[in-house]
Ligand binder design. Structure first.
Ligand SMILES: [Zn+2]
Length: 123
């Protein structure tokens, strides 16, 4: 079972991975059933699968131990990185709902934007 209780069982040349669905409890999966997304920022690594019983998509965090266990069970790891924009420091007030409404109204009234959209691209 994944989450510290991951159980890998080798049977008929295929490794069975037991994981937990929040609705159905313990389910048995193979390495092909699990998507393992490993991020260099460790807390952002996760694994996901579609529950074979209820078909819900289950996603759970994967620490280094779980990542190692899943890889040893035949799960292919895919590396992903958090976009640099997520680490940008933003100053100033947050965009409010009113700001968004004002912007939408401005878009509806602005001829300049329409003119820009029709303008030929310059290189
Ligand atoms: Zn389920």
């Amino acid at each position: 079972m994944v989450e510290g209780r991951t159980l890998l069982r080798e049977a008929y040349g295929m490794t069975t991975i037991k994981a937990t669905c929040p609705s159905c409890g313990e389910v048995e999966l193979t390495g092909d059933d699990i998507e393992l997304m490993v991020c260099p920022s460790a807390p952002m690594s996760y694994y996901a699968f579609r529950c074979p019983t209820c078909s819900d998509r289950v996603r759970k965090p994967a620490d280094d131990h779980i990542v190692s266990l899943l890889i040893s069970g035949g799960v292919e790891a895919v590396t992903w990185e958090i976009p640099a924009e997520a680490f940008e420091i933003h100053a100033g007030p947050r965009l409010s709902y009113d700001d968004l409404l004002d912007f939408a109204l401005w878009l509806g009234m602005s001829d300049k934007l329409a003119a820009l959209a029709d303008a030929p691209l310059s290189r």
